[in-house]
Design a protein around this ligand. Structure first.
Ligand code: UDX
Ligand code: UDX
Length: 437
């Protein structure tokens, strides 16, 4: 089928490339001309393992192309995907202006029956508004239907998730449109769940909110483990053997970041508030996460008294490994706190996100290598569990550091491993090893 996708961020670009890989004729549209020119040359503007190769392969096969023009991109498209950003406003509500702009443009351009597929995460009820907006704008010129088809891609494994996801959710009040979207996705061989539009929109928010809840739950348990002398890694392992709980998303750490969990949890609290429902549980999940992101600095202040003039090796800027995305990353909160405390920061990330320079305080020194970040530092903060940090040569690190004191926000090392290398190791939900007294 001929498919147009508006928005080539993590969601739109991965979706477009993977749909072309399974044989569709895909045109990806973006307002950002720089991005479009890069993508035309086969260069992905985002870091996603496996994406570059698939892009180049499908551009060469002439199944994938890029444009800034809605007119060009929408021409003869049988399905138009909306994948533009829905970033949070100050009050936590989702900013739908980009989605609405695309809906108006679709209304102005469609000529033949078109399925409008909303990929972007939008509050319950938005797809009905999109339908009304297009109907008003198209003025009966062309038939169309709207389908809510939320994505469940994780950054860093988005291409893998596109081909190996657990389910494809299709929400529509048009059996014809639902069938077309099922046909589009058939080559992925992933189970399809059909439902109405509002339930599909809610599945997305409820899924992300539940995953965030699991994370904040285990982070609360980790705080108790530290006070009661238990080991949260063992607790999570023992819990996860219960199939009803499951072992995934039970990793205690410095909290969740990224462009989804922080945004979608706040948006769902707002959505609930709009219908007079106080979502107290989710508010607590958000509060716990905010507290968790401040934990490492609290531990370091307890250890050193003051952090003024201390040099901190800050390892990891991205919100998780295998991505260059720094949106809502703990590294941003932690570096601001450290600057407030008067500490000096030598930061390093294996991918060195472009955003780093203007998302971090200007006092932060960006280092090109791990060794540079460790050199003469008084302590180490691990923010992102990159493989490069988990396999770090601790003996070599100890020689580079002024003092081998680690505050690990992602529990990268086994306690025995840390103790065997004589480092002073403070982590999350476990006893400190090698600490004085
Ligand atoms: C984000 C959120 O992560 C996801 O939860 C939501 O469902 C969609 O928005 P992402 O792919 O990360 O997904 O979006 P983002 O990285 O912000 O990219 C959006 C793209 O749309 C950008 O490339 C932007 O240039 C483009 N865009 C935005 C348009 O083409 N037209 C517009 O009017 C606005
Ligand atoms: C998430 C959802 O997993 C995905 O289904 C949805 O489409 C988009 O949002 P993403 O945000 O890309 O994906 O990454 P994810 O792997 O879910 O991690 C989110 C955050 O939670 C990261 O900061 C990660 O460090 C943190 N996390 C994850 C934990 O702290 N503990 C865990 O056990 C798992």
């Amino acid at each position: 089928m001929k498919i147009a996708i508006v928005g080539t961020g993590y969601v739109g670009l991965v979706t477009g490339v993977c749909l072309s890989e399974i044989g569709h004729q895909v045109t990806c549209i973006d307002v950002d001309e720089l991005k479009v020119n890069k993508m035309r040359a086969g260069i992905s503007p985002i870091y996603e393992p496996g994406l570059d190769e698939l892009m180049k392969k499908n551009i060469a096969a002439e199944r994938l192309c890029f444009t800034t023009s809605h007119e060009e991109g929408f021409r003869d498209a049988e399905a138009i995907y909306i994948a533009v950003g829905t970033p949070p406003r100050e009050d936590g509500t989702a900013n739908l202006s980009y989605v609405e702009e695309v809906a108006r443009s679709i209304a102005a351009h469609i000529q033949n029956y078109t399925v409008v597929v909303t990929k972007s995460t939008v509050p319950v009820g938005t797809n009905y508004r999109i339908k009304q907006m297009i109907a008003a704008g198209a003025e009966g010129r062309a038939q169309f239907d709207v389908v809510s088809n939320p994505e469940f891609l994780r950054e860093g494994t988005a291409v893998q998730d596109a081909f190996q996801g657990d389910r494809i959710v299709i929400g529509s009040d048009s059996p014809r449109a639902a069938q077309i979207v099922e046909e589009i996705n058939k080559p992925f061989g992933i189970p399809v769940y059909h439902t109405d539009i509002s339930s599909a929109e809610m599945i997305k928010y409820a899924s992300n909110a539940f995953l965030a809840t699991k994370i904040s739950f285990i982070n609360e348990i980790s705080a108790l483990c530290e006070k009661l002398g238990a080991n949260v890694e063992d607790v999570a392992a023992g819990m996860g053997m219960d199939k009803r709980i499951g072992s995934q998303f039970l990793r205690a750490g410095i909290g969740y970041g990224g462009s989804c969990f922080p945004k979608d949890t706040k948006a769902l609290v707002q959505i609930a508030g709009n219908v007079e429902h106080e979502f107290d549980l989710l508010k607590s999940v958000i509060q716990v996460n905010n507290k968790q992101q401040r934990l490492l600095v609290d531990k370091a202040k307890a250890r050193f008294g003051s952090l003024a003039d201390k040099t901190v090796a800050l390892l990891g800027l991205a919100f998780k490994p295998h991505t260059d995305d720094m949106r809502e990353s703990a590294s941003i909160v932690v570096s601001r706190q450290l600057v407030e405390e008067g500490a000096r920061i030598q930061a390093y990330d294996p991918i060195q996100p472009e955003l780093a320079t203007h998302l971090l305080p200007q006092e932060v020194t960006l280092c090109r290598t791990l060794e540079e970040a460790l050199a003469h530092a008084d302590c180490v903060f691990i923010i992102t569990d990159w493989p490069e940090f988990k396999t770090m040569d601790l003996a070599k690190a100890t020689q580079l550091l002024k003092s081998p004191v680690f505050f690990d926000g992602r529990n990268c090392f086994r306690l025995e491993h840390a103790a065997a290398h004589g480092i002073e190791y403070h982590s999350i939900g476990r006893e400190s090893v090698g600490a004085e007294g």
